[in-house]
Design a protein. Sequence first.
Length: 106
Amino acid sequence: MAVTTVQEVFARMPDLDPSKVQGLDAVIVFELSGEGGGEWTLTVEDGKIKVEEGTADSPSMTLSMDGQDFVAMSNGELNATSAFMQGKIKISGDMSLAMRLQSILT
């Protein structure tokens, strides 16, 4: 079922398939602008996903984009690689983590 808000995307993250985050320990900050935006921190540790509103001090990666584009990407309607190439997504930190993130979110 498609999500319609940023909050729905983050509310579903703790229920993601644990195999998608196997062997991953990371802290990812999402800086989402526009309607429904805000700052969120996703912590992956020992196969568990924790989501908190707000930011973290030293994340492994920070992803900045429009909130509605983020929802579209989570629904598989926006290709993350294309969005990055078009400048719709800004990444700082671990680029290999950014590549893995698309398969985690969709």
